[in-house]
Write a protein that binds this ligand. Structure first.
Ligand code: MN3
Length: 213
């Protein structure tokens, strides 16, 4: 039961002009594929860990044998983060959020615009590679956080409702060093239906159901 690379849920060019086709090819077929391959390689010596979902492994990294802990953290994180990332984007996405996520954003941040500003700011300030998130506590309370590398909110006991990848591999071909421009453009491809589904999964499951193992 090896971990598998999920297919992109749309064409590589579908997020143009905001995210270019070549970046999507490299990002999905090379970067994400490498995380999956390296996660499986790390688990080779530990058959009892192979049946666990990547989320389960990441939820308690201290329980992972020390010799593969960093590999699981980086590659398991990379796998889970990107599996979410592809799904929370879609062609002709973006616009104002609707449904429950709109209410949560308004209640927490005052307005969608204030939320975007806070999210973009955290993404811009994340030094080096990492992610910016809207993450929820089990109580449902949400906050904007950033994490370095492929670290996931799951390892902090938080649930990632949505997140943007601020590694240079996510934007450098099109935006070069202009990360703020990428962060701004990204809102045009957000799949609010999927974000709402993730928010909903907080309430319907004791263990939030993430899409992919
Ligand atoms: Mn990436």
């Amino acid at each position: 039961m090896a971990h598998e690379l999920p297919p992109l849920p749309y064409d590589y060019a579908a997020l143009e002009p905001h995210i270019d086709e070549k970046t999507m090819h490299l990002h999905h077929d090379m970067h994400h594929a490498a995380y999956v391959k390296n996660l499986n390689a790390a688990l080779e010596k530990y058959p009892d860990l192979q049946s666990k979902s990547a989320e389960e492994l990441l939820r308690n990294l201290n329980a992972i044998p020390e010799d593969i802990r960093a590999a699981v953290r980086n590659n398991g994180g990379g796998h889970v983060n990107h599996s979410m990332f592809w799904k929370i984007m879609k062609p002709k996405g973006g616009g104002e959020p609707s449904g429950k996520i709109a209410d949560v954003i308004k209640k927490t941040f005052g307005s969608f615009k204030d939320f975007q500003t806070k999210f973009n700011d955290a993404g811009t300030k994340q030094f080096g590679s990492g992610w910016v998130w809207l993450a929820a506590k089990a109580t449902g309370e949400v906050q904007v956080i950033s994490t370095p590398n492929q670290d996931t909110p799951i390892s902090q006991g938080l649930f990632p409702i949505m997140g943007n990848d601020v590694w240079e591999h996510a934007y450098y071909l099109k935006y070069n060093n202009r990360r703020p421009e990428y962060l701004q453009a990204w809102w045009n491809v957000v799949n609010w239906e999927e974000v709402n589904k993730r928010l909903e999964s907080l309430k319907t499951a004791a263990e939030p159901a993430l899409a992919h193992r």
